[in-house]
Design a protein around this ligand. Structure first.
Ligand SMILES: O=P(O)(O)OC[C@H]1O[C@](O)(COP(=O)(O)O)[C@@H](O)[C@@H]1O
Ligand SMILES: [Mg+2]
Ligand SMILES: [Mg+2]
Length: 330
């Protein structure tokens, strides 16, 4: 491991080796991404049936070997069938999405790495299949025009930026607070016809703008990189939705509880926002299987609460396009 890959002054002692390893592997990956080449080449499918790109596999190897050297005990990756015991005498268990947003590799759009840390237990099941509230740290690295890291150890969100000259992540903010007022929503609107009525009603009301029940104009974004959407929302506010829908295989949405939604939910709550499965808080839920999916909504507290409230409306109210929905006037 390099002598210093991240400024550790604000990192609690027990997390320093793991954060050094994540920062070291993240800095290496950011160099490979900048260099380009055939990183988006399809190379197979993972256990979950998702297509794997060359960079998915490379990132998985890079993080696994860096974390192995950092004395971690358990490693669960989106790209692996089951969890691996890296080091029987190690401490901590880490769940990782080594490369998030892999459909964007070829298009040079921001992609990322998401991680979630739990205390280690005697078995991998006991370490990972547990309430997501038991995470003790979580974060992501974003490989964008600037490479940055957001991380929480349960006491606010720290923001680091990679210095390209030294390869070291420098602390730029010790306690990031998410703005709570933004009129942006993010959803893959091509799935509109598959959504449930409450989700359609919420989006219909945003789209109706000044003339609708919200009496406000909204803006829309969809990057198809969860990390990039989370970063924008942490910096600028707004709301993200990947709901369940009627397509086969999307009964529980698309995103994974352990590798994606749990860690993003922890960060968002620590920055003053909320995260839910559209109705209930994500962090109140328990992971049942490693690759389990969940509908996912996160962002400003008021917006996440409003989306849950749409699910409590009577059916007649929800289905009346631009109905009064007096409750929801902005
Ligand atoms: O292509 P869709 O259905 O809009 O899905 C996009 C979502 O899928 C993801 O790319 C899934 O993550 P992976 O790239 O790690 O599989 C998210 O980053 C993103 O929010
Ligand atoms: Mg992902
Ligand atoms: Mg991935």
């Amino acid at each position: 491991m390099t002598a210093m890959s991240i400024d550790t002054t604000q990192i609690p002692g027990e997390f320093r080796p793991v954060m050094q390893a994540l920062a070291e592997a993240g800095a290496k990956l950011s160099v490979l991404i900048r260099r380009g080449g055939e990183l988006g080449r399809p190379v197979g499918t993972n256990s979950d049936g998702d297509g794997q790109k060359a960079l998915d596999v490379l990132a998985d190897d890079l993080f696994r070997s860096a974390l192995g050297r950092a004395g971690l005990r358990w490693f669960a990756s989106e790209e692996q069938d089951s969890a691996i015991e890296l080091n029987p005498s190690g401490r901590l268990a880490i769940a990782i999405d080594p490369l998030d947003g892999s459909s964007n590799i070829d298009t040079n759009v921001s992609i990322g790495t998401i991680f979630s840390i739990y205390p280690d237990e005697a078995t991998s099941e006991a370490s990972f299949l547990r309430p997501m509230r038991q995470q003790i740290a979580a974060g992501y690295i974003i490989y964008g025009p600037r490479c940055a890291m957001m991380v929480t150890f349960g006491d606010g969100v720290q923001h680091y930026a990679l210095d390209p000259d030294t390869g070291v992540f420098r602390l730029v903010e010790t306690r990031l607070v998410m703005p709570d007022c933004s009129f942006e929503f993010a959803i893959n609107a091509s799935n509109y016809r598959h959504w449930s009525r409450p989700i359609r009603a919420y989006i219909d009301d945003c789209l109706a703008g000044l003339d609708g029940p919200r009496e406000t104009n909204f803006n829309m974004r969809w990057i198809a990189s969860l990390v990039a959407e989370a970063h924008r929302i942490l910096i600028r506010g707004g709301v993200f939705l990947y709901p369940s829908d009627a397509r086969k295989g999307y009964e529980r949405g698309r995103l994974r509880m352990l590798y994606e939604c749990g860690p993003i939910a922890f960060l968002i709550e620590q920055a003053g926002g909320q995260a839910s499965d559209a109705c209930e808080p994500i962090l109140m839920q328990t992971v049942g299987t490693l690759h389990q999916r969940t509908p996912f909504v996160f962002g400003s507290t008021e917006k996440v609460a409003r989306i849950a409230a749409y699910h409590d409306l009577p059916d007649t109210e929800v289905s009346a396009l631009f109905g009064n929905r007096g409750l929801f006037r902005a």
